[in-house]
Each structure stands twice: as C-alpha cells, then as structure tokens.
Ligand binder design. Structure first.
Ligand SMILES: Cc1cc2nc3c(=O)[nH]c(=O)nc-3n(C[C@H](O)[C@H](O)[C@H](O)COP(=O)(O)O)c2cc1C
Length: 215
C-alpha cells in the first residue's frame, strides 16, 4: 500500500477533498494531510467542518468528515507551518501528492518555488523528486497569470486537473459530480477506486444506475 499526501488549500471545492481522502483510506493507503489557514476557512464555509489548527485535536473531526473514522491508524495531519515534518523532506518517500482544492495563490507559490508553508514545500519536494503531483484548481475565469503558473507547474512535471466534472455520465446528484472529479484525481495518482467510472460509450450505465459512493 502507498503513502499519499493530501493538501487542502483555500479554494472552493472542499467536497472533492472529502471524497479523495475517504477513497485513499478505504483503498488501504496511508494519508498525510496538510491544510492551509484559508483551507480551514473554506472547510468551515462549505462543509461546516470547524478546525482549530491543532492537528491532533482536529484529526478525529477530519476522519469523521471523510466517513473514515476506522482508518485512524493510516491517517496523520501536519500543521501548515510545521516545515520540520517528514513530508518536508525528499528523504521521506511518498507515492504522490494531490492538492484538492488548490487556490490560485498556492499554484502561484508552487510554480515559483516559494514554499511559505508545508503544503508548498511538500509539493516542491514531489516535483524535485519526480513524484506524482496533482493540483486541482477550481477558479473561473482564468487570468493570464493563472495560465502561466499552470503551464510552469506542468512543465515541471505536475498534473493540473481542474475541478470540471463532465456531464456525459448523466449525473443526477451533487455526489455524482464530486465522484467524477475525485475519481480522476485518484486515477491520476494511480489509485484504483469505485468512484472512477470510465466512459464505455453512450449505451453504458450512468452514475444513477449504480450503488456507488453517495454523500
Ligand atoms: C469560501 C471561499 C472560497 C474561495 N474560493 C477560492 C477559489 O476557488 N480559488 C482561489 O484561488 N481562491 C479562493 N478563495 C480565496 C483564497 O482562500 C485566498 O486567496 C487565500 O489567501 C488562499 O490561501 P492558500 O493558498 O494559502 O490556501 C476562497 C476563499 C473563501 C473564503
């Protein structure tokens, strides 16, 4: 089983992070999480998840939020300012990292190698060690600066995976839309999940025909 870093920055899209965390843990992987201050704010606004910033105290709430309380032994949270944590070093091997959601500010800092905190440092490490890094922005529209920063991180080996759910699977709920984005994030990291639904042509079943992951 692998070790994955989940960064949560202050962009809209907290439900995607919830599903990705749930599925990583369900698949038996270890997850190291880091949340920026703005990320905590967005979790509060979008998911009613109020975190204190004390990672030890926050851990049960995050696991409950992800409906993954029974996976506590595989989950660890680090504070964004804890740049001495293992994920700040390339010597600590991980299988990949996703930043879900990823703010324009965080992409800007990652693309310029400006590691103000642990999230950017861990992303910086993934790129220098040639490990998988998936960044999930939600922004619209995009400025030229956003586009240039996305180009720079792509050139450096990261995958920019915008939170843009498709409609060809005929989603019937918000959960279906979340699954479509979360499934692509997990697949980009090489993680198999039940929420990844490949397109098998127009005759194949839609999300609504299956039993999978409803929130
Ligand atoms: C509810 C809410 C939604 C936000 N959505 C976005 C967003 O989608 N994209 C973005 O770049 N910033 C968004 N912001 C603003 C960022 O949180 C802000 O720029 C912050 O400084 C980013 O910090 P971080 O990159 O350290 O997480 C949002 C803020 C709030 C409170």
């Amino acid at each position: 089983m692998g070790i994955y870093i989940l960064g949560i920055a202050g962009a809209s899209g907290a439900p995607y992070a919830r599903r990705v965390l749930e599925q990583m843990l369900l698949a038996g992987h270890e997850v190291k999480a880091v949340i920026t201050d703005a990320g905590r704010k967005v979790l509060e606004v979008e998911e009613d998840l109020v975190l204190t910033g004390n990672t030890e105290a926050d851990t049960p709430g995050v696991l409950e939020w992800a409906q993954a309380s029974s996976f506590a032994s595989n989950f660890e949270m680090y504070h964004h300012k804890d740049v001495a944590s293992p994920i700040a070093s390339g010597s600590f091997a991980v299988d990949g990292m996703a930043v879900v959601p990823c703010s324009g500010g965080t992409i800007g800092r990652i693309s310029h190698g400006i590691s103000n905190g642990l999230l950017e440092r861990a992303a910086d490490v993934c790129m220098k060690e040639r490990r998988k890094l998936v960044l999930v922005p939600r922004e619209m529209p995009l400025s030229l600066i956003h586009l240039r920063n996305m180009t720079a991180v792509t050139e450096a080996g990261a995958i920019v995976l915008p939170a843009s759910p498709g409609f060809y699977h005929k989603p019937t709920s918000i959960s279906d839309l979340i699954d479509m984005v979360a499934g692509r994030i997990l697949a980009s990291l090489g993680i198999e999940s039940s929420v990844m639904k490949p397109w098998l042509g127009p005759e194949a079943s839609s999300y609504s025909d299956s039993e999978q992951g409803k929130s």
